[in-house]
Design a protein. Structure first.
Length: 456
């Protein structure tokens, strides 16, 4: 008999959620985590960034509250306390995960896990056996081979920037994706001069171009350089080729390398055990099965989506299939990556799900779209004014009227977008959407108005 029913390598959102689900289903689970329970998300990702951003949002609000009839004098921030708030939030949530695992009867090992073979994992050198193994080792930041970047103390990744002891005076961010933008927005709010250098023609590549352009303009304090390629770093100076082909230099006190993350597929025996690893990560089917029997992979390590909620979903799916061995259907649970929402918690916020207009056209849809300003929402106007940055774009198939994508710019978009994800998940049409009653006044009403703005 095996030591455990399931051994999970990696205690981030993918691993810890699967462990909880399986533990509550009376499975004997060992969760092996080498660094920190809660993984990237809780410790150096989603949660610390949102904690710092919350302080930045409060600071911005207080500093600009005059237009709302509220006067605040001597508005200031104390970076040490901002950091202390972040540390407190992270600590509480990590402790919460530990308690949740305990409640589920999961055994947590603070150790390095290595996959030896299906059903065999080395835990800090000691072999343990299990009926199933779930790989949930996550991802790490990409450090591109830009001359002058390696071993440069002024070049940091997101983890390094989260821990800075003071707000840098000048911050250059290489990469205009979600992580780069959140940091750019955060530090610009706290008074840093921020420049973002992006190789592509627009920021946030999976956001519809129209709205991504508006988001960029709304991040007014941040200077963007699009279509620009960084060629080298000299101390605190980033050298890049501009869109016009000129060599430009940007001076910084700190440089954030935010060009993406890569699945962590090395250092835990994938190759030696014969696990199939492709260019995107550990290869899985839509039930999270790998090529090895009873070896599953979930979360960032699969490269299917590098988002915490996608990792949760993958953890759920793997757990469902492990538990449903009789029918091997896992209650019909399957991963769909085209309905996973994304969000940016910058100031303003943005979120979306599904295809952009260009992607939909590229897939052969005859596309119909509607874009409405969030000024259609009374709550939005009350909080941002009619000129506040906010809009909803709905992308649909002209023939079937199926909703293909919904992209939103404006505060509360991340809280609202799950409803749009549900639409896509259940394959509803614009006409189905028109029958939904939206609470008033909410920014979600922008979605309803976009549905009515689609041509009949
Ligand atoms: C700055 C930043 C902000 C982000 N913000 C958001 C956000 O707002 N929303 C969102 O959805 N996503 C966000 N993400 C992405 C999110 O953090 C990841 O998608 C999520 O953490 C992936 O979960 P995971 O379980 O796959 O991997 P991870 O969270 O990376 O966890 C993997 C765990 O495995 C452990 N591990 C690795 N190898 C071994 C081994 N051999 N033995 C034992 N343990 C091992 C690691 O120590 C780690 O704890 C952010 C990421 C960053 C960096």
């Amino acid at each position: 008999m095996a030591d455990y029913d399931i051994i999970i390598i990696g205690g981030g959102p993918g691993g810890y959620l699967a462990a909880e689900r399986l533990g509550h289903a009376k499975q004997k689970v060992l969760l092996v985590e080498k660094e920190f329970l809660g993984g990237t998300c809780l410790n150096v990702g989603c949660i610390p960034t949102k904690s710092l951003l919350n302080s930045a949002k409060l600071y911005e609000h207080a500093a600009h509250s005059g237009q709302f009839g509220v006067t605040a004098e001597n508005v200031a921030f104390d970076w040490a306390k901002v950091q202390a708030w972040k540390t407190d939030v992270v600590g509480k949530l990590v402790a919460g995960v530990g308690a949740a695992e305990k409640r589920a009867g999961v055994v947590v090992a603070r150790a390095h896990g290595t996959l030896i073979a299906p059903g065999v994992v080395e835990v800090d050198g000691e072999r343990k056996t299990a009926d199933h193994v779930i790989i949930a080792t996550g991802s790490v930041p990409v450090m591109p081979p830009i001359p002058g970047a390696k071993d440069n103390p002024l070049v940091v990744d997101s983890t390094g920037l989260l821990a800075v002891e003071a707000v840098p005076k000048r911050l250059v961010v290489i990469g205009g994706g979600v992580i780069g933008l959140e940091f750019a927005s955060l530090f610009a709010a706290f008074g840093a001069e921020v420049e973002v250098i992006e190789m592509l023609p627009e920021i946030v590549p999976f956001m519809d171009d129209d709205l991504a352009g508006r988001l960029r303009k709304a991040l007014g304090k941040v200077k963007f350089h699009l279509n620009c390629k960084v060629t080298g770093i000299e101390g605190g100076t980033v050298v890049y080729t501009s869109a016009k082909g000129e060599t430009v230099r940007a001076d910084a006190d700190l440089i954030l390398m935010a060009v993406g993350r890569r699945p962590l597929v090395d250092g835990w025996g994938a190759k030696e055990a014969g696990l199939e690893v492709g260019p995107r990560g550990v290869v899985v089917d839509d039930t999270m099965r790998t090529n090895l029997p009873n070896v599953w992979a979930v979360g960032d390590v699969t490269g299917r989506s590098l988002l915490a909620h996608a990792a949760y979903r993958m953890g759920d799916i793997a757990a469902a299939h492990i538990l449903d061995t009789s029918a091997a259907t896992g209650s019909g649970q399957r991963l769909r990556t085209d309905t996973i929402p994304w969000a940016v918690y910058s100031m303003p916020e943005a979120a979306g799900v599904g295809l952009t207009e260009a992607q939909a056209a590229g897939r052969g849809h005859q596309v119909v779209t509607a874009t409405v300003p969030l000024a259609v929402s009374g709550r939005f106007v009350a909080e941002n004014g009619v000129r506040g940055p906010g809009a909803v774009k709905l992308i649909a198939d002209a023939a079937t009227r199926a909703v293909l994508g919904i992209h939103m710019l404006g505060n509360y978009a991340p809280e609202t977008i799950w409803g749009a994800a549900l639409l896509l998940e259940t394959e509803l049409t614009v006409d189905d959407l028109r029958q939904v009653v939206f609470p008033h006044p909410t920014v979600s009403e922008g979605i309803r108005e976009a549905a009515w703005a689609i041509k009949d």
